[in-house]
Design a protein around this ligand. Structure first.
Ligand code: ITT
Length: 198
């Protein structure tokens, strides 16, 4: 039983591998798949992009492929950066540049209007099977300054009011227990068990 993680984001690979550890499948990443095609993320929704990534890699490898399309939706910015989260500050932008742009966009916005959520859509595609998608959401607020070194992406700015910490201040297992990705992956596992696929 093999599964390819259809992502080039090392933070996602780390988190998904930990969340899948109890499933008894051999988890491969795209670094084990030489020549895997680049997928252009031109969808308007997380689901469109996740399905496109998973189906492209499943077709190329002939193996089941799990893709994650995710991002940050900030209410005061009308839901931006959304599907553009990875390239908010431009194509290939660093996490630091994206975070700096987010802080600048929210300058002067008071704490109670800095509400935001992470959203993750996972798509599982396998040759000869209908593709399935699941979603997870995690609510929070954009902090005034970065805190913590864990996680990746916007985590140093993603404040969890209930914990008094940013996502980057949580241990990996604490993040997985509450994150959008953790929730989506638990839904996916429940679906796989329900359908007798594992
Ligand atoms: P792949 O397409 O190869 O999977 P990517 O990083 O380009 O990698 P996305 O297009 O789904 O993936 O962009 C997701 C972005 O949303 C990611 O780069 C972060 O900026 C942000 N993001 C998603 N989940 C996050 C998390 O758990 N913590 C922090 N930021 C997150």
């Amino acid at each position: 039983n093999e599964l390819v993680l259809a992502t080039r984001n090392p933070g996602k690979v780390r988190e998904m591998a930990a969340l899948l550890a109890d499933l008894g499948v051999t988890v491969r990443s795209l670094s084990d798949v030489p020549g895997a095609p680049e997928v252009e993320e031109d969808g308007r929704t997380f689901a469109e992009n996740a399905v496109k990534k998973a189906e492209t890699i499943a077709r190329f490898t002939g193996l089941p492929a799990l893709a994650d399309d995710s991002g940050l939706e900030v209410d005061a910015l009308g839901g931006a950066p959304g599907v553009f989260s990875a390239r908010y500050a431009g194509e290939g932008a660093s996490d630091a540049a994206n975070n700096a742009k987010l802080l600048a966009a929210l300058a002067g916005v008071p704490a109670e209007r800095r509400t935001a959520r992470y959203r993750c859509v996972l798509a599982l595609a396998a040759p000869g099977m209908p593709t399935v998608t699941v979603e997870g959401v995690c609510e929070g607020r954009i902090a005034e300054q970065p805190r913590g070194t864990g996680g990746f992406g916007y985590d140093p700015l993603f404040y969890l009011p209930g914990r008094g910490k940013t996502m980057a201040e949580l241990r990996p297992e604490e993040k997985n227990a509450i994150s959008h990705r953790g929730q989506a992956l638990r839904r996916l596992k429940a679906l796989l068990i329900e359908r007798g696929w594992c």
